[in-house]
Write a protein that binds this ligand. Sequence first.
Ligand code: NDP
Ligand SMILES: O=C1O[C@H](COP(=O)(O)O)[C@@H](O)[C@H](O)[C@H]1O
Length: 520
Amino acid sequence: MPTLEANTSLSAAPATPQPERTPDPCIVVIFGASGDLTKRKLLPALYHLEQAGLLPKDFAVVGVARRPLEESFAPDMKEGIVAGGGVEESDPKLAPFVDRIQYHAMNFDDPSGYDALKTKLAELDNKYNTCGNRLFYLATAPEYFSDIVNYLGEHGMAKPDVETAPNGCKVWVRTIIEKPFGHDLNSAKALNDEVNKVFSEDQIFRIDHYLGKETVQNILVFRFANGIFENVWNRNYIDHVEITAAESIGIEGRGPFYETAGALRDVVQNHVMELLSFVAMEPPVSFEASAVRAEKVKVWKAITPIHPADTVRGQYGPGIVDGKPVIGYRQEDRVHPRSQTETYAALRLEIENWRWAGVPFYIRAGKRLAKRVTDITIQFKQPPLLLFKDQQGKGGEGVKPNVLSMRIQPDEGITLRFGAKIPGPSMNIGTVNMDFSYAEAFGKSSANGYERLLLDAMLGDGTLFAHRDGVEATWALMTPILEAWKKDPVKDFPNYAAGTWGPSAADALLESEGRKWRKL
Ligand SMILES: NC(=O)C1=CN([C@@H]2O[C@H](COP(=O)(O)OP(=O)(O)OC[C@H]3O[C@@H](n4cnc5c(N)ncnc54)[C@H](OP(=O)(O)O)[C@@H]3O)[C@@H](O)[C@H]2O)C=CC1
Ligand SMILES: O=C1O[C@H](COP(=O)(O)O)[C@@H](O)[C@H](O)[C@H]1O
């Protein structure tokens, strides 16, 4: 398809760090520090902040987990930072950063471990001048969230000891809580109640790493910093919206976790619902946390209950991914051989408000699909007078609806598809693209989404974090689906081969309305 290049003068504007946003001195305490997330994402993200000069000078990291890893933890994290991309072993900032990585072995359900941790943090405050400021990151399995929070409260670690440190800085304690935040509406409410007993809402940062992705934040910039798009961003001009979160990887050894989760809980309730809220929300009155969160919650609350007939479940069987044979979900390690867990979910939903009434939103998310791609497709309505309708099949493609594609990953960018006259004596129409590529305009970024969110939490800015109301609103949408699915076991699992685009029922969901998933 021909491509019209976007204005390349953009390449003159490199991504600029914002050094004025350097946080107060602090210690980041990571519970679950020997886990996959810490090594692959969190430490590389913290180091990227250090490289960009965005960490405070007085700073330390304390990893907390069960095994005695005092000797190996810091070198292991160094390995993760280097493997995470874009960092050389010889990078001059690396060794001093690794020197500030500490480890504390304890069992999360052993109260004495918290006393020892408290003492250790106080010692580190003296050593590193970190003023008593703490960011507790709960990177653990969700069953530990409420225990850790309660023990922090009982051991006097959830509130600052003093309001102001000797150097005059205001002392703060905050917590980042990983997903999944609950496994249905009731458990999410119960967890919110537990956490709110110990921490006030402004101390709590419920993380969804999709909100840290540049391309996700750019949805808001695209919509609200550009006058031309917002005018057509409504039911008068938009035919339907598709959101795809496709992964080619499987469950990567996370069998026990995934068996209790499934695609709806793992990805749709959080990442996909966040994407949907950014696409559908009204302009907030400001870019303040409370204003943005309020508009997102309004969107979720305006979604009409999703009928089970508008949902599709899938589970992958053996297949070929990237040219290599892979096993099916039921053959994965620690997965039940007759598992009913869905590795794919598709939904059709409607948002009943002034802007969106009657516009279907189609959502799909799954593992072991044909490729890794997260995309939002906005398909516009055809013009009312199809002046060129007779040109179809006369050497051109004929009139096709305009499509705006927001590519969240991996090939980050935005494409607008439109019809153009094919040069020649007839009015033949071809489809062309106007294309914006992040990498071409701003250079390739190694950021993984956690950088921005860790920085914001250290700064106390909750705009890109989930709020209690939001978490409960999205669970309120998902819980009836989960209950309906539980009552109605699937007989034909596995119903898609690894490396394909999911079950055929997901195609039927759109075909019954005369539509098709856009080919990605
Ligand atoms: N991995 C990922 O890509 C993503 C993960 N997440 C979320 O992040 C969280 C962590 O995930 P992940 O890193 O994969 O988890 P892992 O299973 O890899 O790590 C679990 C960690 O918890 C520690 N741990 C478990 N039980 C105890 C205990 N009783 N006492 C002390 N430490 C304990 C383990 O320590 P030890 O090794 O010493 O037993 C280990 O450090 C989860 O909530 C997950 O949903 C979210 C998005 C992506
Ligand atoms: O939270 C999760 O997200 C990842 C996908 O994240 P991405 O940044 O690679 O798109 C998913 O693989 C994992 O199952 C889920 O827990």
